[in-house]
Design a protein around this ligand. Structure first.
Ligand code: NAD
Length: 309
């Protein structure tokens, strides 16, 4: 890697973005954050700018001309800016504008500037409801919302620019990301907060049904590491799952948090029919392609989160 390569990071002021930027700086990269600060942490970005190795372009990826101009002089691109799955159902117009047209602006500019690599934050939600676990990259994709459709479209657009202009890319299908800095509005983070708040008040977590619904929780520092590995990998033009491969049920999560808080309590099960969805990544392709395996087990990550809160 040439010293002081400049990386263009859209959404670099957000939850995952700031962890990615920290790891890039540790490795000696320079960073140009492109973020409209809709959900960005301005205070933290201002501190980073003071280091002299980070610039902030406070702009919107919906403006193709702004994206193209701002990318000039950058060697590689990490595209993280997006609006969330909940917002995509509430406002499909905005979701398509940002998550499809905006992503296209980033990829088309990257192809035009001839950057060395694009890393794209895709999502496990491209699979829809999985037919089997673990979920493998070659499984049928059945994205169910405008957000999920946009993630699949993003992967297809990267493939298009690879064929058209030789763009080199890796798309990462993140599973359920958690860790320091996350806003409390993400669905599973709200479950974590809800359980922790009850435990702190001496109340047991309440679980609907048998708590079999599961997620593949992956720590944000592991996610950031997968992004940097993808930036530096020799292999490219592929979509990879990024998870732990472990499905943690809501009942498991409650027990992990009870242990982390140190409470002497059992969860309460509220008998009712719930739609059980389960998630777990097949993690072999990420291991083979970019040499990624997770390092932070969910018990450790949750314990740290509880200790910091
Ligand atoms: N957090 C997860 O569990 C998860 C899971 C799968 C995929 N992802 C993907 O990872 C990426 C980062 O997610 P996050 O959790 O850090 O989200 P986040 O909301 O914390 O960060 C997104 C950043 O993008 C910026 N942004 C939004 N719209 C923009 C626009 N129009 N122009 C410029 N900047 C804009 C926001 O200000 C914010 O700083 C997203 O693409 C998301 O879809 C996240």
């Amino acid at each position: 890697m040439p010293q002081k390569e400049t990386v263009f990071v859209t959404g670099g002021a957000g939850f995952i973005g700031l962890h990615v930027v920290d790891q890039l700086l540790e490795k000696g990269y320079k960073v140009r954050i492109f973020d409209n600060m809709f959900r960005g942490d301005r205070e933290r970005v201002n501190e980073l700018v003071k280091t002299g190795n980070v610039e902030l372009i406070d702009q919107d990826i919906r403006y193709g001309g702004a994206v193209h101009a701002a990318m000039k002089g950058c060697d590689s691109v990490i595209h993280l800016a997006a609006v969330s799955i909940n917002k995509s159902v509430a406002d499909s117009y905005e979701s398509v504008d940002i998550n499809i047209a905006g992503a296209h602006n980033v990829f088309a500019a990257a192809a035009d500037h001839g950057v060395r690599r694009v890393v794209f934050a895709s999502s496990a939600s491209v699979y829809g409801d999985p037919e089997k676990l673990p979920m493998h990259e070659d499984d049928r994709l059945h994205p169910l919302t405008p957000y999920c459709i946009a993630k699949r479209t993003g992967e297809d657009l990267l493939d298009y620019y690879q064929r058209k202009s030789g763009l080199s890319w890796i798309a990462l299908r993140f599973f359920n990301v958690y860790g320091p800095g996350q806003k409390t509005t993400a669905y599973y983070t709200s479950v974590i907060n809800h359980f922790v708040n009850r435990l702190r008040n001496g109340q047991p977590p309440v679980i609907d049904g048998a708590g079999e619904q599961s997620m593949d929780f992956i720590h944000v520092k592991d996610i950031a590491r997968s992004v940097v590995l993808s930036l530096e990998s020799e292999k490219d033009n592929v979509a990879l799952n990024v998870g732990t491969g472990i499905d943690t049920s809501i009942a498991d999560l409650a027990r992990i948090l009870i242990k982390a808080v140190g409470a002497d309590i059992e969860p309460i099960f509220n008998p009712r029919d719930v739609l059980v969805s389960r998630r777990a990544a097949d993690i072999r392709r990420a291991q083979e392609t970019i040499g990624f395996t997770y390092e932070i087990p969910v018990e450790q990550g949750m314990a740290e989160l509880v200790a910091q809160a």
